[in-house]
Design a protein around this ligand. Structure first.
Ligand code: NAD
Ligand code: TYD
Length: 351
């Protein structure tokens, strides 16, 4: 079996659902169920005896030690993190706590467990750390995309905390021989995405008649990857990645934020036209820029393509249509996550 952390969040839950579509191998899913963790993401697994969701913190050594001892996983996949840049600007401490201290404690528990494994289980064990392209900092319009050897230059409390966790993972390999793998992926989008991030926020705001907030001039560039393509990359790295290596994962889909939102609007115009017949693009509103806003991220995914034969299945155009369709078909999920505390966040960030 495998132990997944953060598997009730956006990418983690997509990964767990994808895992059970591909494999019958059991998953223990450790998730603190913060505002971003949602057991409803895993509702379709109810009654599946091969999946167990355990509410708890990756930094709770006693809990993690006992889960490792009881379940004897062949791999630990670490998705758990505080993940939203804007929240890291308002309140960085949780990011240090989970992303840095939590990852450190998890590594300590995993090291103790792995050290005591007999062969051949010890050699076969893997710790896969899920990270982000944001650790490499910001590119100019003419810079080459990030490769695995780019210098780390994180600019937000979020990316700095992820960079710190990546360094710890690297150090546990070099110092203790822990069999680690790290993936640094670009911006994901798709089903089950909490509507605080650009794409799900704009879908939700468009359909509820609210403004579509564009930070600054909207010309910041991100590389977008459909979440299930990220999941297939992680499965492939787990299966065949070289120990201690880093793999950049991306979709070769660089887009300016304004273009992303305009595309979303035209897909919505077609799939769910406004009652007044006007285009959703009329709801686009320019708002104050994010402090320290990184201008451009771009991923060179040649290494994972060359070494592991991975390629994304979706283009931005196909992935965004699937995403919009999912949000239109899952209004109860959206209502569930946008009541209560969500309103406090949007008031703090946008009002
Ligand atoms: P998310 O915020 O949607 O989910 C994070 C999950 O971790 C939640 O379920 C939350 O409850 C859980 N969690 C938080 N603190 C925890 C703790 N201390 N112990 C246990 N569980 C905890 O994030 P996401 O977008 O699914 O991202 C998952 C991972 O992928 C993160 O490590 C993130 O840095 C990385 N990543 C995200 C993106 C992206 O575009 N979203 C891109 C590249 C990499
Ligand atoms: P986001 O989805 O928060 O991801 P990240 O900051 O990790 O890249 O933001 C994606 C881009 O969209 C980023 O350049 C910030 C911008 N953005 C807006 O313009 N308006 C918004 O309301 C949000 C949430 C993001």
């Amino acid at each position: 079996m495998i132990l997944v952390t953060g598997g009730a969040g956006f990418i983690g839950s997509n990964f767990v659902l994808d895992w059970f579509e591909q494999s019958g191998e059991s998953v223990v899913n450790l998730d603190a169920l913060t505002y971003a963790g949602n057991p409803a993401n895993l509702a379709s697994l109810q009654g599946n005896g091969n999946h167990a969701l355990v509410q708890g913190d990756i930094g709770d050594a006693a809990l993690v030690d006992s889960l490792l001892k009881i379940h004897q996983p062949r791999a630990v996949l670490n998705f758990a993190a505080e993940s939203h840049v804007d929240r890291s600007i308002h309140a960085p401490e949780d990011f240090i706590q989970t992303n840095v201290v939590g990852t450190f404690r998890l590594l300590e528990s995993v090291r103790a467990y792995w050290s005591g494994l007999p062969e051949p289980e010890k050699s076969a064990f893997r710790f896969l750390h899920v990270s982000t392209d944001e650790v490499y900092g910001s590119l100019s319009a003419t810079d080459a995309p990030f490769t695995e050897t780019n210098r780390y230059e994180p600019n937000s409390p979020y990316s700095a905390s992820k960079a710190a966790s990546d360094h710890l993972v690297r150090a546990y390999h070099h110092t203790y021989g822990l069999p680690v793998l790290t993936t640094n992926c670009s911006n994901n989008y798709g089903p089950l995405h909490f509507p605080e991030k650009l794409i799900p926020l704009c879908i939700h705001n468009a359909l509820t008649g609210k403004a579509l907030p564009i930070y600054g001039d909207g010309q910041q560039v991100r590389d977008w990857l459909y979440v299930r393509d990220h999941c297939s990359a992680i499965r492939r790295v787990l299966e065949a990645g070289r120990l201690g290596e880093v793999y950049n994962v991306g979709g070769w889909n660089e887009k300016a934020n304004l273009d992303v939102v305009r595309t979303l609007c035209s897909v919505l115009d077609e799939m769910s036209p406004r009652a007044d017949g006007k285009p959703y693009a009329e709801q686009i509103t320019y708002v104050k820029d994010r402090p320290g806003h990184d201008r451009r991220y771009a991923i060179d995914a040649s290494k994972i393509e060359r070494e592991l034969g991975w390629k994304p299945a979706e283009t931005f155009e196909t992935g965004i249509r699937k995403t919009v369709r999912w949000y239109l078909d899952n209004t109860a999920w959206v209502e569930g996550v946008t009541s209560g505390a969500y309103k406090n966040w949007t008031a703090k960030q946008y009002d």
